[in-house]
Design a protein around this ligand. Structure first.
Ligand code: ZN
Length: 502
Protein backbone atom coordinates (compact mmCIF):
# COMPACT_ATOMS: atom_id res chain seq x y z
CA UNK A 1 0.00 0.00 0.00
CA UNK A 2 1.26 3.37 -0.98
CA UNK A 3 0.08 6.92 -0.88
CA UNK A 4 -0.44 9.07 -3.96
CA UNK A 5 -1.23 12.76 -4.25
CA UNK A 6 -1.99 13.11 -7.95
CA UNK A 7 -2.73 16.40 -9.68
CA UNK A 8 -3.78 17.80 -13.04
CA UNK A 9 -2.92 21.40 -13.80
CA UNK A 10 -5.64 23.78 -12.73
CA UNK A 11 -7.23 24.99 -15.93
CA UNK A 12 -7.41 28.62 -16.86
CA UNK A 13 -10.99 29.86 -16.98
CA UNK A 14 -10.28 31.93 -20.05
CA UNK A 15 -10.93 28.82 -22.17
CA UNK A 16 -13.88 26.47 -22.21
CA UNK A 17 -12.99 22.82 -21.59
CA UNK A 18 -11.70 21.16 -24.76
CA UNK A 19 -10.16 17.77 -25.53
CA UNK A 20 -6.70 19.04 -24.55
CA UNK A 21 -7.90 19.57 -20.98
CA UNK A 22 -9.79 16.29 -21.12
CA UNK A 23 -6.71 14.43 -22.39
CA UNK A 24 -4.65 15.36 -19.31
CA UNK A 25 -7.55 14.89 -16.91
CA UNK A 26 -8.63 11.47 -18.19
CA UNK A 27 -5.04 10.23 -17.95
CA UNK A 28 -4.75 11.46 -14.36
CA UNK A 29 -8.16 10.00 -13.49
CA UNK A 30 -7.25 6.60 -14.92
CA UNK A 31 -3.92 6.56 -13.05
CA UNK A 32 -5.77 7.47 -9.84
CA UNK A 33 -8.27 4.65 -10.46
CA UNK A 34 -5.45 2.16 -11.01
CA UNK A 35 -3.85 3.12 -7.72
CA UNK A 36 -7.19 2.80 -5.94
CA UNK A 37 -7.47 -0.75 -7.36
CA UNK A 38 -4.07 -1.43 -5.85
CA UNK A 39 -5.39 -0.33 -2.48
CA UNK A 40 -3.19 2.78 -2.41
CA UNK A 41 -4.41 5.82 -0.53
CA UNK A 42 -5.14 8.36 -3.28
CA UNK A 43 -5.86 12.07 -3.23
CA UNK A 44 -6.66 13.26 -6.75
CA UNK A 45 -6.84 17.01 -7.28
CA UNK A 46 -8.02 19.13 -10.19
CA UNK A 47 -9.47 22.62 -10.40
CA UNK A 48 -9.50 26.00 -12.07
CA UNK A 49 -7.09 28.92 -12.26
CA UNK A 50 -9.21 32.03 -12.06
CA UNK A 51 -7.00 35.09 -11.65
CA UNK A 52 -5.06 37.31 -14.02
CA UNK A 53 -5.33 39.90 -16.70
CA UNK A 54 -6.84 37.65 -19.34
CA UNK A 55 -9.73 36.69 -17.06
CA UNK A 56 -10.29 40.33 -16.13
CA UNK A 57 -10.33 41.33 -19.81
CA UNK A 58 -12.54 38.46 -20.92
CA UNK A 59 -15.01 39.27 -18.14
CA UNK A 60 -15.10 42.94 -19.18
CA UNK A 61 -15.65 41.95 -22.81
CA UNK A 62 -18.66 39.86 -21.74
CA UNK A 63 -20.06 42.53 -19.42
CA UNK A 64 -19.44 40.39 -16.35
CA UNK A 65 -17.46 40.79 -13.18
CA UNK A 66 -14.34 38.61 -13.09
CA UNK A 67 -15.92 36.44 -10.41
CA UNK A 68 -19.11 35.91 -12.45
CA UNK A 69 -17.00 35.00 -15.46
CA UNK A 70 -14.92 32.58 -13.37
CA UNK A 71 -18.04 31.01 -11.83
CA UNK A 72 -19.53 30.34 -15.24
CA UNK A 73 -16.41 28.76 -16.68
CA UNK A 74 -15.61 26.74 -13.56
CA UNK A 75 -19.15 25.34 -13.81
CA UNK A 76 -18.39 24.20 -17.37
CA UNK A 77 -15.30 22.34 -16.18
CA UNK A 78 -17.29 20.70 -13.38
CA UNK A 79 -19.96 19.60 -15.87
CA UNK A 80 -17.36 18.22 -18.25
CA UNK A 81 -15.63 16.22 -15.54
CA UNK A 82 -18.96 14.85 -14.42
CA UNK A 83 -19.74 13.84 -17.99
CA UNK A 84 -16.36 12.08 -18.35
CA UNK A 85 -16.74 10.35 -14.97
CA UNK A 86 -13.65 12.01 -13.51
CA UNK A 87 -13.44 10.77 -9.92
CA UNK A 88 -11.48 13.62 -8.34
CA UNK A 89 -11.24 14.00 -4.57
CA UNK A 90 -11.02 17.79 -4.58
CA UNK A 91 -11.72 20.57 -7.06
CA UNK A 92 -9.84 23.70 -6.15
CA UNK A 93 -10.63 27.20 -7.39
CA UNK A 94 -7.92 29.81 -6.91
CA UNK A 95 -10.51 32.40 -5.90
CA UNK A 96 -11.38 30.44 -2.75
CA UNK A 97 -10.38 31.97 0.61
CA UNK A 98 -8.39 28.83 1.52
CA UNK A 99 -6.20 29.47 -1.52
CA UNK A 100 -5.66 33.18 -0.85
CA UNK A 101 -4.59 32.34 2.68
CA UNK A 102 -2.19 29.64 1.49
CA UNK A 103 -0.63 31.79 -1.27
CA UNK A 104 -0.03 34.61 1.18
CA UNK A 105 1.56 32.27 3.72
CA UNK A 106 3.74 30.57 1.08
CA UNK A 107 5.03 33.75 -0.55
CA UNK A 108 5.42 35.57 2.78
CA UNK A 109 7.71 32.74 3.79
CA UNK A 110 9.87 33.29 0.68
CA UNK A 111 9.80 37.08 1.24
CA UNK A 112 10.91 36.66 4.86
CA UNK A 113 13.72 34.40 3.67
CA UNK A 114 14.98 37.22 1.41
CA UNK A 115 14.27 35.69 -2.01
CA UNK A 116 11.51 38.11 -2.97
CA UNK A 117 12.68 41.73 -3.43
CA UNK A 118 11.45 44.91 -5.17
CA UNK A 119 13.05 45.78 -8.51
CA UNK A 120 12.41 47.29 -11.91
CA UNK A 121 11.86 45.00 -14.80
CA UNK A 122 12.08 45.68 -18.48
CA UNK A 123 11.53 42.89 -20.88
CA UNK A 124 9.67 41.21 -23.68
CA UNK A 125 6.26 40.14 -22.55
CA UNK A 126 3.60 37.93 -24.14
CA UNK A 127 0.17 39.14 -23.07
CA UNK A 128 -1.39 35.77 -23.86
CA UNK A 129 1.16 33.88 -21.71
CA UNK A 130 1.24 36.69 -19.15
CA UNK A 131 4.94 35.99 -19.05
CA UNK A 132 8.30 37.44 -20.02
CA UNK A 133 10.66 35.80 -22.49
CA UNK A 134 14.36 36.06 -23.22
CA UNK A 135 15.07 37.09 -26.78
CA UNK A 136 16.73 33.72 -27.44
CA UNK A 137 13.50 31.89 -26.64
CA UNK A 138 11.38 33.82 -29.13
CA UNK A 139 10.37 32.82 -32.63
CA UNK A 140 11.10 34.79 -35.82
CA UNK A 141 10.17 38.49 -35.58
CA UNK A 142 10.18 38.37 -31.75
CA UNK A 143 7.08 36.20 -31.48
CA UNK A 144 5.92 34.08 -28.57
CA UNK A 145 7.05 30.44 -28.99
CA UNK A 146 3.63 29.23 -27.80
CA UNK A 147 1.23 31.74 -29.31
CA UNK A 148 3.22 32.84 -32.37
CA UNK A 149 2.23 36.46 -31.78
CA UNK A 150 4.56 39.44 -31.29
CA UNK A 151 5.70 40.13 -27.73
CA UNK A 152 5.56 43.63 -26.21
CA UNK A 153 8.27 45.69 -24.56
CA UNK A 154 7.27 46.29 -20.92
CA UNK A 155 8.81 48.11 -17.97
CA UNK A 156 7.45 48.01 -14.42
CA UNK A 157 8.33 48.30 -10.75
CA UNK A 158 7.31 45.26 -8.78
CA UNK A 159 8.48 42.33 -6.69
CA UNK A 160 10.85 39.73 -8.01
CA UNK A 161 11.49 36.17 -7.07
CA UNK A 162 15.25 35.66 -7.07
CA UNK A 163 15.13 32.62 -9.32
CA UNK A 164 18.72 33.30 -10.42
CA UNK A 165 19.89 32.12 -7.01
CA UNK A 166 18.35 28.70 -7.63
CA UNK A 167 20.21 27.57 -10.73
CA UNK A 168 22.73 25.48 -8.79
CA UNK A 169 20.28 24.25 -6.10
CA UNK A 170 17.93 23.06 -8.88
CA UNK A 171 20.73 21.31 -10.76
CA UNK A 172 21.81 19.65 -7.50
CA UNK A 173 18.27 18.63 -6.72
CA UNK A 174 17.67 17.11 -10.17
CA UNK A 175 21.03 15.30 -9.99
CA UNK A 176 19.91 13.71 -6.72
CA UNK A 177 16.42 12.91 -8.10
CA UNK A 178 16.99 11.58 -11.60
CA UNK A 179 13.41 10.27 -11.96
CA UNK A 180 11.66 13.45 -10.88
CA UNK A 181 10.68 14.52 -14.40
CA UNK A 182 9.51 11.97 -16.95
CA UNK A 183 9.88 11.08 -19.73
CA UNK A 184 13.64 11.54 -20.14
CA UNK A 185 13.26 13.95 -23.08
CA UNK A 186 11.21 16.32 -20.92
CA UNK A 187 13.70 16.05 -18.06
CA UNK A 188 16.44 17.07 -20.49
CA UNK A 189 14.32 20.00 -21.64
CA UNK A 190 13.94 21.18 -18.03
CA UNK A 191 17.66 20.78 -17.35
CA UNK A 192 18.42 22.67 -20.57
CA UNK A 193 16.36 25.65 -19.38
CA UNK A 194 18.11 25.64 -16.00
CA UNK A 195 21.61 25.31 -17.49
CA UNK A 196 21.01 28.26 -19.83
CA UNK A 197 20.91 30.47 -16.75
CA UNK A 198 17.86 31.68 -14.86
CA UNK A 199 16.70 35.28 -14.63
CA UNK A 200 14.81 36.63 -11.66
CA UNK A 201 11.09 36.72 -12.31
CA UNK A 202 8.61 39.42 -11.63
CA UNK A 203 5.84 37.92 -9.52
CA UNK A 204 3.52 40.84 -8.72
CA UNK A 205 1.44 43.40 -10.60
CA UNK A 206 -0.04 46.76 -9.64
CA UNK A 207 -1.95 47.12 -12.91
CA UNK A 208 -4.86 44.88 -11.92
CA UNK A 209 -6.91 43.89 -8.90
CA UNK A 210 -8.01 40.41 -9.92
CA UNK A 211 -5.60 38.31 -7.91
CA UNK A 212 -4.25 37.49 -4.46
CA UNK A 213 -3.05 40.59 -2.54
CA UNK A 214 0.60 40.79 -1.57
CA UNK A 215 0.43 40.70 2.23
CA UNK A 216 3.40 43.04 2.84
CA UNK A 217 2.42 45.55 0.09
CA UNK A 218 -1.31 45.48 -0.71
CA UNK A 219 -0.99 47.78 -3.75
CA UNK A 220 0.23 44.63 -5.54
CA UNK A 221 -1.42 41.37 -6.44
CA UNK A 222 0.54 38.21 -7.21
CA UNK A 223 1.05 37.42 -10.85
CA UNK A 224 -1.32 34.64 -11.88
CA UNK A 225 1.24 31.88 -12.38
CA UNK A 226 2.79 32.16 -8.95
CA UNK A 227 -0.55 32.09 -7.27
CA UNK A 228 -1.71 29.17 -9.43
CA UNK A 229 1.23 26.84 -8.75
CA UNK A 230 0.60 27.10 -5.02
CA UNK A 231 -2.82 25.42 -5.45
CA UNK A 232 -1.03 22.08 -5.05
CA UNK A 233 0.03 23.13 -1.56
CA UNK A 234 -3.29 24.75 -0.67
CA UNK A 235 -5.31 21.61 -1.35
CA UNK A 236 -3.42 19.62 1.26
CA UNK A 237 -3.56 22.32 3.91
CA UNK A 238 -0.41 24.41 3.48
CA UNK A 239 -0.14 26.89 6.35
CA UNK A 240 -3.39 25.66 7.92
CA UNK A 241 -3.07 21.94 8.61
CA UNK A 242 0.63 21.08 8.92
CA UNK A 243 0.00 17.40 9.74
CA UNK A 244 -2.10 16.94 6.64
CA UNK A 245 0.43 18.81 4.50
CA UNK A 246 3.29 16.66 5.80
CA UNK A 247 1.31 13.49 5.14
CA UNK A 248 0.98 14.23 1.41
CA UNK A 249 4.01 16.39 0.56
CA UNK A 250 6.45 16.00 -1.22
CA UNK A 251 5.12 12.63 -2.48
CA UNK A 252 3.10 14.52 -5.07
CA UNK A 253 2.79 13.51 -8.71
CA UNK A 254 1.96 16.30 -11.16
CA UNK A 255 0.64 15.40 -14.59
CA UNK A 256 1.07 18.28 -17.03
CA UNK A 257 1.42 19.15 -20.72
CA UNK A 258 4.73 20.33 -22.12
CA UNK A 259 3.50 23.92 -22.62
CA UNK A 260 3.75 24.45 -18.85
CA UNK A 261 7.00 22.54 -18.30
CA UNK A 262 9.01 25.69 -17.47
CA UNK A 263 6.59 26.70 -14.75
CA UNK A 264 6.33 23.25 -13.19
CA UNK A 265 9.85 21.92 -13.63
CA UNK A 266 11.83 25.14 -13.02
CA UNK A 267 9.85 27.87 -11.24
CA UNK A 268 7.78 25.66 -8.97
CA UNK A 269 10.63 23.48 -7.60
CA UNK A 270 12.66 26.68 -7.00
CA UNK A 271 9.73 28.27 -5.15
CA UNK A 272 9.45 25.14 -3.01
CA UNK A 273 13.16 25.25 -2.16
CA UNK A 274 12.87 28.97 -1.33
CA UNK A 275 9.90 28.27 0.93
CA UNK A 276 11.84 25.55 2.75
CA UNK A 277 9.94 22.52 1.42
CA UNK A 278 11.06 19.78 -0.95
CA UNK A 279 10.22 20.13 -4.65
CA UNK A 280 7.53 17.81 -6.06
CA UNK A 281 8.68 14.19 -6.21
CA UNK A 282 7.35 13.44 -9.70
CA UNK A 283 6.27 15.39 -12.74
CA UNK A 284 5.01 13.49 -15.80
CA UNK A 285 4.94 15.64 -18.93
CA UNK A 286 2.93 14.76 -22.01
CA UNK A 287 3.21 16.26 -25.48
CA UNK A 288 0.63 18.32 -27.31
CA UNK A 289 -2.60 16.83 -28.50
CA UNK A 290 -2.60 18.18 -32.03
CA UNK A 291 -5.58 18.51 -34.32
CA UNK A 292 -4.68 18.24 -38.00
CA UNK A 293 -1.02 18.68 -37.03
CA UNK A 294 -1.66 21.96 -35.14
CA UNK A 295 -1.94 22.81 -31.48
CA UNK A 296 -5.50 23.59 -30.43
CA UNK A 297 -6.15 27.22 -29.66
CA UNK A 298 -9.01 29.61 -29.36
CA UNK A 299 -7.57 31.83 -32.07
CA UNK A 300 -7.22 28.94 -34.53
CA UNK A 301 -10.83 27.89 -33.87
CA UNK A 302 -9.78 24.25 -33.82
CA UNK A 303 -10.82 23.38 -30.29
CA UNK A 304 -12.94 20.25 -29.97
CA UNK A 305 -15.28 19.99 -27.00
CA UNK A 306 -15.55 16.64 -25.19
CA UNK A 307 -19.37 16.52 -25.22
CA UNK A 308 -19.40 16.42 -29.04
CA UNK A 309 -17.27 13.26 -29.10
CA UNK A 310 -19.07 11.67 -26.14
CA UNK A 311 -22.31 12.03 -28.11
CA UNK A 312 -20.79 9.80 -30.83
CA UNK A 313 -18.55 7.40 -28.90
CA UNK A 314 -19.92 7.35 -25.35
CA UNK A 315 -17.90 8.16 -22.25
CA UNK A 316 -15.97 4.90 -22.40
CA UNK A 317 -15.20 5.32 -26.10
CA UNK A 318 -13.90 8.82 -25.38
CA UNK A 319 -11.77 7.80 -22.41
CA UNK A 320 -10.37 4.71 -24.08
CA UNK A 321 -9.35 6.64 -27.18
CA UNK A 322 -7.33 9.29 -25.40
CA UNK A 323 -5.70 6.79 -23.05
CA UNK A 324 -4.89 4.20 -25.67
CA UNK A 325 -4.26 5.92 -28.96
CA UNK A 326 -1.06 7.91 -28.42
CA UNK A 327 1.85 7.01 -26.14
CA UNK A 328 2.34 9.38 -23.20
CA UNK A 329 5.18 11.83 -23.88
CA UNK A 330 5.42 12.62 -27.59
CA UNK A 331 2.88 14.81 -29.38
CA UNK A 332 -0.22 12.96 -30.54
CA UNK A 333 -2.43 13.86 -33.47
CA UNK A 334 -6.19 13.59 -33.03
CA UNK A 335 -8.46 12.69 -35.93
CA UNK A 336 -12.09 11.66 -36.00
CA UNK A 337 -11.26 8.84 -38.45
CA UNK A 338 -8.58 7.58 -36.08
CA UNK A 339 -11.10 7.62 -33.26
CA UNK A 340 -13.60 5.55 -35.28
CA UNK A 341 -10.87 3.05 -36.15
CA UNK A 342 -9.72 2.71 -32.54
CA UNK A 343 -13.29 2.37 -31.27
CA UNK A 344 -14.15 -0.32 -33.81
CA UNK A 345 -10.99 -2.35 -33.38
CA UNK A 346 -10.62 -2.31 -29.58
CA UNK A 347 -14.14 -1.84 -28.30
CA UNK A 348 -16.66 -3.05 -30.89
CA UNK A 349 -14.71 -5.90 -32.55
CA UNK A 350 -12.66 -7.07 -29.60
CA UNK A 351 -14.07 -6.41 -26.13
CA UNK A 352 -17.72 -5.94 -27.12
CA UNK A 353 -17.65 -8.90 -29.46
CA UNK A 354 -16.05 -11.14 -26.83
CA UNK A 355 -18.71 -10.32 -24.25
CA UNK A 356 -21.52 -10.84 -26.78
CA UNK A 357 -20.30 -14.15 -28.18
CA UNK A 358 -19.53 -15.63 -24.75
CA UNK A 359 -22.95 -14.65 -23.38
CA UNK A 360 -24.68 -15.99 -26.51
CA UNK A 361 -22.93 -19.36 -26.42
CA UNK A 362 -23.43 -19.73 -22.65
CA UNK A 363 -27.10 -19.08 -23.29
CA UNK A 364 -27.33 -21.70 -26.06
CA UNK A 365 -25.03 -24.39 -24.73
CA UNK A 366 -25.18 -24.03 -20.95
CA UNK A 367 -28.74 -22.87 -20.38
CA UNK A 368 -27.47 -19.38 -19.52
CA UNK A 369 -25.50 -20.57 -16.48
CA UNK A 370 -21.80 -19.74 -16.59
CA UNK A 371 -19.38 -22.65 -16.05
CA UNK A 372 -16.27 -22.31 -13.85
CA UNK A 373 -12.83 -21.85 -15.50
CA UNK A 374 -10.17 -24.55 -15.69
CA UNK A 375 -7.35 -24.33 -13.18
CA UNK A 376 -4.83 -25.17 -15.92
CA UNK A 377 -6.25 -22.88 -18.58
CA UNK A 378 -3.78 -21.54 -21.15
CA UNK A 379 -5.26 -18.11 -20.38
CA UNK A 380 -4.03 -18.18 -16.76
CA UNK A 381 -0.52 -17.29 -17.83
CA UNK A 382 -1.74 -14.64 -20.28
CA UNK A 383 -3.69 -12.97 -17.48
CA UNK A 384 -0.78 -13.02 -15.04
CA UNK A 385 1.61 -11.51 -17.59
CA UNK A 386 -0.89 -8.87 -18.69
CA UNK A 387 -1.57 -7.82 -15.13
CA UNK A 388 2.13 -7.49 -14.33
CA UNK A 389 2.75 -5.46 -17.48
CA UNK A 390 -0.30 -3.23 -16.96
CA UNK A 391 0.65 -2.56 -13.34
CA UNK A 392 4.14 -1.50 -14.32
CA UNK A 393 2.83 0.66 -17.19
CA UNK A 394 0.11 2.45 -15.17
CA UNK A 395 2.64 3.25 -12.47
CA UNK A 396 4.95 4.74 -15.10
CA UNK A 397 2.02 6.72 -16.54
CA UNK A 398 2.09 4.76 -19.78
CA UNK A 399 -1.67 4.23 -20.24
CA UNK A 400 -1.49 3.19 -23.90
CA UNK A 401 0.94 0.44 -22.96
CA UNK A 402 -1.18 -0.65 -19.97
CA UNK A 403 -4.26 -0.95 -22.18
CA UNK A 404 -2.35 -2.73 -24.92
CA UNK A 405 -1.34 -5.29 -22.29
CA UNK A 406 -4.92 -5.58 -21.01
CA UNK A 407 -6.30 -6.08 -24.52
CA UNK A 408 -3.88 -8.95 -25.04
CA UNK A 409 -6.19 -10.93 -22.74
CA UNK A 410 -9.17 -10.00 -24.91
CA UNK A 411 -7.41 -11.03 -28.12
CA UNK A 412 -6.06 -14.30 -26.68
CA UNK A 413 -9.52 -15.20 -25.37
CA UNK A 414 -11.09 -14.52 -28.77
CA UNK A 415 -8.39 -16.73 -30.34
CA UNK A 416 -9.06 -19.51 -27.85
CA UNK A 417 -12.76 -19.41 -28.72
CA UNK A 418 -12.07 -19.36 -32.45
CA UNK A 419 -9.82 -22.39 -32.12
CA UNK A 420 -12.30 -24.35 -29.96
CA UNK A 421 -15.50 -23.19 -31.74
CA UNK A 422 -17.79 -24.00 -28.79
CA UNK A 423 -20.75 -22.66 -30.82
CA UNK A 424 -20.42 -25.69 -33.15
CA UNK A 425 -19.78 -28.30 -30.45
CA UNK A 426 -22.24 -30.40 -28.49
CA UNK A 427 -22.84 -29.22 -24.91
CA UNK A 428 -20.49 -30.99 -22.49
CA UNK A 429 -17.29 -30.67 -20.46
CA UNK A 430 -15.19 -29.35 -23.38
CA UNK A 431 -17.61 -26.56 -24.13
CA UNK A 432 -17.90 -25.76 -20.43
CA UNK A 433 -14.13 -25.62 -20.07
CA UNK A 434 -13.54 -23.08 -22.80
CA UNK A 435 -16.53 -20.93 -21.85
CA UNK A 436 -15.51 -20.97 -18.19
CA UNK A 437 -12.07 -19.73 -19.22
CA UNK A 438 -13.60 -16.99 -21.34
CA UNK A 439 -15.92 -15.86 -18.52
CA UNK A 440 -12.97 -15.70 -16.14
CA UNK A 441 -10.95 -13.71 -18.68
CA UNK A 442 -13.85 -11.25 -19.01
CA UNK A 443 -14.02 -10.92 -15.23
CA UNK A 444 -10.33 -10.08 -15.06
CA UNK A 445 -10.54 -7.67 -18.02
CA UNK A 446 -13.43 -5.82 -16.41
CA UNK A 447 -11.18 -5.09 -13.42
CA UNK A 448 -8.03 -4.25 -15.37
CA UNK A 449 -9.90 -2.10 -17.92
CA UNK A 450 -12.05 -0.28 -15.36
CA UNK A 451 -9.71 2.75 -15.10
CA UNK A 452 -10.26 3.35 -18.82
CA UNK A 453 -13.83 2.19 -19.46
CA UNK A 454 -15.62 2.33 -16.08
CA UNK A 455 -19.18 1.99 -17.43
CA UNK A 456 -18.51 -0.98 -19.71
CA UNK A 457 -16.43 -2.66 -17.01
CA UNK A 458 -19.28 -2.42 -14.51
CA UNK A 459 -21.75 -3.66 -17.11
CA UNK A 460 -19.64 -6.69 -18.07
CA UNK A 461 -19.27 -7.48 -14.37
CA UNK A 462 -23.03 -7.31 -13.91
CA UNK A 463 -23.71 -9.46 -16.99
CA UNK A 464 -21.33 -12.12 -15.64
CA UNK A 465 -23.69 -12.38 -12.68
CA UNK A 466 -21.14 -10.99 -10.19
CA UNK A 467 -21.95 -8.91 -7.13
CA UNK A 468 -20.47 -5.48 -6.44
CA UNK A 469 -18.42 -3.47 -8.90
CA UNK A 470 -15.05 -4.04 -10.58
CA UNK A 471 -13.64 -0.81 -9.16
CA UNK A 472 -14.19 -2.11 -5.63
CA UNK A 473 -11.94 -5.12 -6.23
CA UNK A 474 -8.36 -5.13 -4.95
CA UNK A 475 -5.24 -6.05 -6.89
CA UNK A 476 -3.50 -8.41 -7.11
CA UNK A 477 -5.85 -10.89 -5.38
CA UNK A 478 -8.85 -9.98 -7.52
CA UNK A 479 -7.16 -10.98 -10.77
CA UNK A 480 -5.68 -14.31 -9.61
CA UNK A 481 -6.85 -16.90 -12.09
CA UNK A 482 -9.94 -18.82 -11.00
CA UNK A 483 -11.98 -16.09 -9.33
CA UNK A 484 -15.08 -16.69 -11.43
CA UNK A 485 -17.06 -19.17 -9.35
CA UNK A 486 -19.29 -20.63 -12.08
CA UNK A 487 -22.96 -21.38 -11.57
CA UNK A 488 -24.01 -17.76 -12.10
CA UNK A 489 -26.73 -16.62 -14.44
CA UNK A 490 -25.07 -14.85 -17.41
CA UNK A 491 -26.94 -11.97 -19.02
CA UNK A 492 -26.71 -11.39 -22.80
CA UNK A 493 -27.75 -7.73 -23.07
CA UNK A 494 -27.48 -5.28 -25.96
CA UNK A 495 -24.15 -4.73 -27.72
CA UNK A 496 -21.84 -2.79 -25.38
CA UNK A 497 -20.15 -0.98 -28.26
CA UNK A 498 -22.23 -0.90 -31.44
CA UNK A 499 -19.92 -0.77 -34.44
CA UNK A 500 -19.40 2.61 -36.15
CA UNK A 501 -19.44 3.10 -39.91
CA UNK A 502 -15.97 3.91 -41.11
ZN1 ZN B 1 2.50 33.48 -25.44
Amino acid sequence: MGRLFLTTPIYYVNDLPHIGHAYTTVIADAVARWHRLRGDEVFFLTGTDEHGLKVQRAAEANGLSPSEHADRTAARFLETWKLLDIAYDDFIRTTEPRHHQSVQAFLQRIYDGGDIEPDTYEGLYCVACEGYYNESELGPGLTCPIHGRPVEHMSEQNYFFRLSRYQQPLLDWYAAHPDAVQPESKRNEALGIIRQGLDDVSITRTSLDWGVRVPWDPAHVFYVWFDALINYATAIGYGEKPDRFDAWWPAVHHIIGKDILRFHCVYWPAMCLAAGIDPPARISVHGYLLVGGEKMSKTRLNQIHPADLVADFGVDGFRHHFLRDAPFGPDGDFSYEGMVARYNSDLANNLGNLQARVATVVDRKCGGVGPAPRADSPLAEVVAAAHAHADDAWRRVAPSEALEATWRIVRETNSLLEAAEPWRAEPGPEVDAVLGDALEALRVVSILASPAVPYAAAEIWRRLGLEGRPEDQRLPDAVRWGGYPGGLQVIRGDPLFPRKQD
